[in-house]
Design a protein around this ligand. Structure first.
Ligand SMILES: NC(=O)c1ccc[n+]([C@@H]2O[C@H](COP(=O)([O-])OP(=O)(O)OC[C@H]3O[C@@H](n4cnc5c(N)ncnc54)[C@H](OP(=O)(O)O)[C@@H]3O)[C@@H](O)[C@H]2O)c1
Length: 409
């Protein structure tokens, strides 16, 4: 099985906000994201959720900036309208009240998701291109005799099933058309054997099963049938090599965010807290240049979680990917993270709409310990406004629009 990865890490830190005169203790948490030596993305957090009820007319940031608080009702904590608007703008640009207030109606609450799953297998499939040819079908036979799992890339399904058996693991593609060589075909594939060739046959013609060609073309005057050598041997081969190059490194996973070796992938994360429904939790996401387990950069998700004002969640969410991610060649997400012992949720959306169904799974963190958390796509559950949607379409990994990491009271 293959993974695509996002690196989130969480670590303890002081809160960014310095609330003045609060009468009850707060809890802070902190999560980090990625570094150059980290293979995959990760997440860290700290402290325990706790209900906060304190009256306060104003909040001072540690930078010294002041914020205006809209209301401060008895027994309730002041709600930060400015931060609400800021959140709205970060993810959506100018707010659309109808859409956003719809969102407020749905209270996103604690986990109704299943437990995290931290084991996924791997696969060693050999993909044989040109498996219906004289050489290709013999290669398939040999691999099968050795008990090696085989997948065949063919142009003609009927011909292939007749020749190789109806149960053959088969994908349809034409190497001269690169759009037909989709990432999913390479899922679980470790090696590719190419037996595709320009079709050569006797000028005088052959039987449907190419009996003359099988006897040996040297007995007949040959000619190229169908696509030219340039198209098959050059363009086709180039397409196949490109597809292999793009998709066969899947054993290492695909980096969605963070650092891996010399690679770095940026994702625009923003805090999305219960301020959107009247709560007062507050988090931030920042890059710590030296916070990773190797002393390199990592993303840090930190803040204050409060259940005041019927709130109780804090999260970071990516803006929608500029193009939806096709992760169909992968089996799940992997987070590299350092947490605080609390349980988090990941939400994967396949719609660019703000208030859309999310596919969700929870996972536990170990306090202060770097972990690789693997979340198979098969374990994601469709949730909309905190409720499981029983008739939701199955998760479509070919169309991933955004990611979100949650912490709830
Ligand atoms: N046969 C021999 O004795 C022999 C000996 C030494 C070396 N070789 C070399 O081995 C290679 C394969 O020879 P072969 O005899 O196996 O050839 P073949 O019997 O003519 O088979 C060619 C294979 O390539 C496939 N193919 C052709 N164009 C394709 C495309 N655009 N996309 C996907 N598949 C495509 C064909 O699929 P369809 O079934 O859909 O047409 C068929 O499976 C050649 O390079 C040949 O020179 C052959």
């Amino acid at each position: 099985m293959e993974l695509c990865s996002t690196t989130l890490s969480f670590s303890s830190s002081t809160p960014l906000l310095n609330f003045q005169n609060h009468k009850f203790p707060r809890r802070n948490f902190c999560h980090k994201i990625s570094n150059p030596a980290l293979p995959k993305p990760f997440l860290q957090n700290y402290g325990k959720p706790q209900t906060l009820i304190y009256e306060q007319k104003s909040t001072r940031l540690s930078t010294g900036a002041y914020r205006t608080i809209i209301s401060a009702k008895a027994g309730r904590q002041s709600w930060d309208f400015g931060r609400f608007i800021k959140t709205l703008y970060f993810f959506n640009g100018p707010p659309s009240p109808a859409k956003f207030f719809d969102f407020l109606v749905g209270k996103l609450s604690s986990s109704s998701t299943s437990e995290s799953v931290n084991s996924m297998g791997t696969s060693d499939i050999v993909l044989v291109a040109g498996a219906t040819g004289g050489v290709g079908r013999r290669v398939v036979d040999e691999l099968r005799k050795k008990g090696i799992p085989v997948r065949v890339l063919v142009r003609n399904e009927e011909k292939a099933r007749k020749m190789l058996g109806s149960d053959v693991d088969l994908v349809i593609g034409d190497i001269t058309k690169d759009s037909t060589l989709i990432p999913e075909y390479f899922k679980g594939v470790k090696k590719v054997i190419n037996a595709v060739s320009v079709i050569v046959g006797p000028k005088e013609g052959d039987t449907p099963d190419r009996a003359k060609y099988s006897q040996g073309i040297k007995f007949f005057e040959p000619e190229v049938k169908g696509d030219s050598p340039e198209k098959v041997e050059y363009i086709g081969m180039r397409n196949l090599i490109k597809a292999v190059k793009n998709n066969l490194g899947l054993g290492r996973g695909k980096l969605l965010f963070g650092f891996e070796g010399d690679s770095y992938r940026q994702l625009s994360w923003g805090a999305l807290d219960d301020v959107v429904m009247g709560g007062v939790s507050e988090s931030t996401f920042q890059i710590d240049p030296n916070g990773s387990e190797n002393g390199g950069p990592t993303g840090v998700f930190k803040g204050v979680l409060s259940s005041a004002n019927n709130g109780g969640f804090t999260s970071i969410r990516t803006k929608n990917f500029s193009e939806p991610e096709d992760l169909s060649a992968y089996d799940g997400l992997e987070f590299r993270l350092k947490g605080d012992g609390r349980r988090y949720k990941v939400v994967v959306r396949t719609s660019a709409d703000w208030d859309a169904l999310g596919y969700t799974i929870g996972f536990d963190t170990e306090k202060g310990k770097w972990q690789s958390i693997r979340l198979p796509f098969s374990s994601l559950r469709p949730i909309f406004r905190a409720k499981t949607v029983s008739d939701a379409p199955p998760f479509d990994p070919s169309n991933v629009a955004s990611l979100q990491a949650w912490l709830c009271c």
